[in-house]
Design a protein around this ligand. Structure first.
Ligand code: F6R
Length: 262
């Protein structure tokens, strides 16, 4: 795990966009897995800027959404499909045929989830998966207790997640109780994972994710088993990390191993 602690939310987003840009330079038809929520908004803004300055061409990029509320139509303002279009896709030159998402109202839920998994595989898997983290440690909508090898499926949201997400709705009762989400096993197959967190309210979840035991009770802790994970946090979200000075030292000295060997 590479833990990158930066001074501000803006810096996390710049760093994440920079990493994605670097990966795109190696592979123009990068397959991205994309989270919604408040945290990745700045990353999508950075990437949009790069696209508009002709530094990043999205014409061969493929995108898969991480999750979706069950019951919401695609054009519902709180659906994740709507969020992705409004906050990212409509501002960049990604092709509609390269955008894949979990539907909010599939006629056959199980078949839809199965097909989604197959679609990801048909593109050679996800190259870079962007994740946020819930206060309870969820990634995607894999709430505590989710199997660490779970696949795309229906999940029931916890009361805490419903309360946390009520800020996007006019009334808490409007928040859907169920969702579709890539499983933790699905996420773990991505070749690189970037998890972002900002603010003190995420510090306990980050502590458990990075330095706690690997357990289904803290779903993000599964990332400790992934070979290429970058955890990007601001000072507040990283404030409970015991080894934060070490992570900072490692980041500062990154790329110096070659000089050291001279
Ligand atoms: C969203 C998602 C969730 C969020 C998490 C944090 O697609 O999968 O796991 O990443 O709930 O949300 P924010 O960033 O709004 O705090």
């Amino acid at each position: 795990m590479e833990v990158i602690i930066t001074s501000s939310y803006g810096k996390i987003c710049e760093e994440a966009a920079h990493i994605i840009h670097q990966e795109w330079q190696k592979k123009n038809n990068l397959v991205l897995g994309l989270a919604t929520g408040e945290t990745p908004l700045g990353v999508y803004k950075e990437l949009t800027g790069m696209n508009q300055r002709n530094e990043f061409d999205f014409s061969d990029i493929v995108a898969f959404s991480l999750d979706e509320y069950l019951g919401l139509e695609e054009d519902h303002p709180q659906s994740f499909a709507y969020y992705m279009t409004e906050n990212f896709f409509k501002h960049i030159n990604i092709k509609t045929k390269n955008i894949f998402r979990l539907e909010g109202r599939p006629s056959d839920i199980e078949a839809h989830c199965q097909k989604y998994e197959e679609k990801i595989k048909s593109y050679g898997g996800i190259d870079v998966q962007i994740l946020g983290i819930g206060r309870n440690g969820h990634i995607g909508f894999n709430e505590p207790g989710s199997s660490l090898s779970s696949r795309t499926r229906v999940k029931t949201l916890t009361e805490e997640t419903i309360r946390d997400n009520a800020r996007f709705f006019t009334d808490e009762r409007e928040v859907p109780r169920f969702c579709l989400t890539m499983g933790i096993g699905t996420v773990m197959e991505a070749k690189m994972i970037i998890l972002l967190a900002s603010g003190k309210e995420k510090s306990e979840a980050i502590k458990n994710c990075v330095e706690g035991a690997v357990t289904a009770s803290a779903p993000a802790s599964a990332l400790q088993l992934h070979p290429r994970v970058k955890i990007l946090v601001d000072e507040e979200a990283g404030s409970q990390l015991t080894n934060k000075d070490y992570y900072k030292w490692v980041f500062k000295n990154k790329g110096r191993v070659k000089d050291y060997m001279k």
